[in-house]
Write a protein that binds this ligand. Sequence first.
Ligand code: ASP
Length: 341
Amino acid sequence: MKKTSILLIYTGGTIGMIEDFESKTLIPFDFEIIENLVPELKKIEVNIETISFETPIDSSDMDIISWKKMATIVKDNYENYDGFVILHGSDTMSYTASALSFMLKGINKPVILTGSQLPIGTIRTDGKENLITAIEIAAAKENGEPKVQEVCIYFENDLYRGNRTSKVNAEDFEAFNSFNYLPLAEAGVHIKYNKNKIHKRKKEAFEVFTELEENVVILKLFPGITKEVVQAIFRIEGLKGVVMETYGSGNATTKKWFLDELRIAIDKEITIFNVTQCLAGSVIQGKYETSSAFNELGIISGKDITTEAAITKMMYVLAKYKTKTQIKSKLATSLAGEMSK
Ligand code: ASP
């Protein structure tokens, strides 16, 4: 029987960093070193091939160009591999996982992002387990079909749907959480798959979309926010979309100047997507008086989407769809399992 093949894509991040002798800061190093540091990789019964960003980056430098690179690598190698593991810094991993979940439409193979809190060369590193288990998950099959057929994050024993995650801890090995969606799998002695949470094989064709709209912004409301600040954001030249982080179940101030600003923005065809600042739960527009104007204004409810998924979904939807009706309906419905029905 043909050996399962996995493509390991190295983009950078702590997992592949080393302390710079002079500056004492962590900087990315060459991928070959990772292979030497994890000799276990040679023992896995999987054919692993690797590809690396020419210049590995700290994920704080992640951008649309890098997402295009990753999506294109998956596209160009789609037929030749059973699954993909992306090594990525944890800081912006949830944004990347969310972006890829939209860009890799109709994917029927696993794309597992992982990284670590401690470099793989350090004795107590969490990187080895994360890497080895991510490869095992990407290679897992049942009746000849991949067990996981979507973009995920594997970190510290949990496999999450990527577009449901947020980085929640800068120190703990358990750096991610998915507050509104249960893990797809948990790794203990055995890897237990939560089958009814994992996407079933998609009927639509696999299609990679690499154009994203960059004229978007996240506006986080806070008590005391001034008219000048809100105006400055909404009046950015060429702005197409705003992810507005509101309070609780989607509430915001009812002050007249604020509602006026929203109305002016909507009249200028700026799309506004309402997400909650809460870590768990959902926007319910109209539940309170403080969100009752939003439906009438044409603000779109992000329901239980994360901010990371909302901003990347907006980049994707605004680039792909042109009419107001299409944009509204695509943002309001789940495209890759990023929001509940
Ligand atoms: N600053 C690092 C990065 O995101 C942190 C990490 O990898 O965990 O690239």
